[in-house]
Structures are given as C-alpha cells and as structure tokens.
Design a protein around this ligand. Structure first.
Ligand SMILES: Cc1ncc(COP(=O)(O)O)c(C=O)c1O
Length: 328
C-alpha cells in the first residue's frame, strides 16, 4: 500500500511500485552550499533496474491508470534528450505498453547524445522535429496513426508526465518526507528546492507537503522555457491533482494551493532549455568532487540556485534539495 493510500483511506487510484523507497536523505557538505543547512533527498537511485530520477515515481500512477483505461500506447513529447520519454518507453514496455514519442531538437552535448542513443534502443516509436511548432503540426497525424494501428486512442501525456496522475508522484514523496522528519532523519525543511522542467514534481510537492502537514515552501528552479511554468501554472496543476484525488474517493481537508504559496524562479535557466550555464556546469563539477553525479540541464541548475541564494543569504533554512538526476 502506498503512503498516499495509508493517509487517504478509501482512495480508489491504483499504485504500482516500481522502486523501493524511502529514498535516502543526508546533509550536504558545507563547502558545496556555502555553509547553508542543505539536505539532499537522493531520488537518483529510485526505480528497480537502477534507472532513477523523478519520472519513475510518476509512472507508478500512470501505468495502472493506463491499464484501467485499456490503453495500448502512451503518446508523449519532449526534447531529443528527454529523460521522461526514455523512462516511459522502458517501464511502459515492461508493462505491456508501447510508447510513441514526439521529439524536438535541443542543444546537443555528450549527455544528450547518449540519451538519444538510449531512446533509439528503447523500442519507442520516435518522431523527430526541428521545433515545437513542427511537432504541434504533426501531432494529429501521429495520434491518428497510433489509433488506427491499435484500434484504440493512445493516452496523450504532456511533457515530463506532468498531468494530475504524474503529480501524484510527489504527493507520495511528500508523505515520505514527512515520515523521515517524524523519524528524526532530517529537520523539518523550511524550503524544498527542485528543478522544474514540466511542473509535476513541484505541483505534487506543493499539494503533498500541505496534505502531509508540513509548512515547507516549494522553491522551483525553472529550467524550461518551452511553456509557462510560473506559480499560477504550478498551483493550478496542484489543484487538478487534488481534484483527481477527490474524484477517486479521497477526503482532503486542505485549502486550494494559491500561486502565492509557491515560488517559481527562472533566474538559472540561461539562454534556453538545455543551455549549460557556467553556474550549472560549476555546480555539476563541485558535486562530482563530493562524489555525486549531476547533469547540467536540471540538477546542475537547481543546485546552482541553492549555491547562489546561500551566498546571498536568501535561503530559508533548513533546505531540502531533491536530487532528481536520472536515468542512467
Ligand atoms: C533530472 C530531472 N530533474 C528534474 C526534472 C523536473 O521535473 P518536472 O518535469 O516534474 O518538473 C526533470 C524533468 O523534467 C528531470 O529529468
């Protein structure tokens, strides 16, 4: 039984465990974060098979729902280095679902090249476009082709799996965090920091921390400029997730999440999604010296934000930083 089910008795959503929690928490080295009190929750090893990252947790809610709907194919979108698309393809295949991916170009470095090679080997059906506009134009044809082949509509999942089902991943994680606080494994965080690529993680946290009774504020480090990821968008998704829980028989005793309840900042984005900024590259190198691996697109930028804010004395501490790196 998931923690969410334990806390919301009567919930009729199914959860498929794909990894083993609770993911570990530990305090980060002083030097790495300018002496601030920063704890890390290491999501990078979540997921049986060692894939890790925050996307596996989203599929724990999406795959059972796909089965309930009689879906044969997941249709989703992302950049050519999409972590989400790869994890959806691999775990979907394991659970009898095909994955169709609409991909758009992004700045290419070694990491992106490797990711794309993994996508090609994953068994997913790939459709590659120059930009968002071209992809949008092609969507009806991709959708129709998959429908004719499967004699069933594919389930369209937004980029990053960030619909209300995907956001449940970080409702579940919020309950996990609350249990770790109660067990004395970490202090009650004043702030939780996460990279924001499509919003599901931040939205799930915004709702989940509230449901779990923690006063922690979500600070989202926005790393994607392909679509709006501001506070109203994140609060809106958090409330859609609450509506989903209510529609599946959960009794929630919390007020709606308001845009003022979350902080979304794009200061570390750089020129565009995937741009490896000097600050993110420096954060990746500093983390490597401490013995953990990050990448410059998401986790490098979220750690860079913490380092900068700590240097300016602008962090509400203690901080809990989600290391969402994965898959590998
Ligand atoms: C490594 C990593 N961290 C963080 C994120 C952000 O999560 P979300 O898409 O839920 O905003 C993503 C995906 O976008 C990711 O791949």
């Amino acid at each position: 039984m998931s923690r969410t089910h334990e806390h919301l008795p009567g919930l009729t959503l199914e959860h498929l465990p794909l990894g083993t929690g609770a993911t570990p928490v530990r305090r980060l080295d002083f030097g790495l974060v300018g002496g601030a009190e920063v704890w890390v929750k290491d999501e990078s090893a979540y997921g049986d098979g060692g894939w890790g990252g925050n996307k596996v947790r989203k599929l724990e809610w999406i795959i059972p729902e796909a089965r309930r709907r009689g879906t044969r194919a997941l249709f989703t979108v992302g950049g050519i280095g999409t972590h989400w698309g790869l994890v959806a393809a691999l775990y979907g295949r394991e659970h009898g679902l095909r994955t169709v991916l609409g991909l758009v170009e992004q700045p290419v470095d070694q990491h992106v090249r490797e990711q794309f090679a993994r996508l090609e080997a994953s068994g997913a059906e790939l459709h590659r476009y120059r930009d968002q506009r071209q992809l949008r134009l092609a969507v009806p044809l991709i959708y129709a082709t998959a429908t004719v082949r499967d004699r069933r509509l594919p389930w369209f999942l937004p980029a990053g799996g960030s619909n209300a089902f995907g956001a449940l991943a970080y409702v579940e994680t919020s309950y996990e965090i609350a249990d770790q606080v109660a067990a004395g494994e970490l202090p009650e965080p004043a702030t939780v920091v996460t990279a924001v690529g499509s919003g599901g993680t931040a939205a799930g946290l915004a709702l989940g921390l509230r449901l779990a009774g923690l006063p922690t504020r979500v600070l989202g480090v926005v790393v994607n400029d392909a679509f709006p990821l501001d506070a109203p968008v994140i609060a809106g998704l958090a409330n859609q997730c609450a509506d989903l829980l209510r529609s599946r028989s959960a009794e929630l005793d919390v007020a709606p999440v308001r845009p003022d309840d979350v902080t979304m900042r794009s200061d570390w984005l750089g020129a565009t999604y995937g741009d490896p900024t000097p600050a993110s590259t420096a954060a990746v190198s500093a983390a490597a010296e401490e013995g953990f691996e990050l990448e410059p697109v998401y986790t490098g930028k979220s750690l860079a934000a913490i380092r900068d804010l700590a240097a300016r004395g602008e962090l509400a501490e203690p901080v809990l930083w989600l290391n969402t790196h994965g898959p590998r």
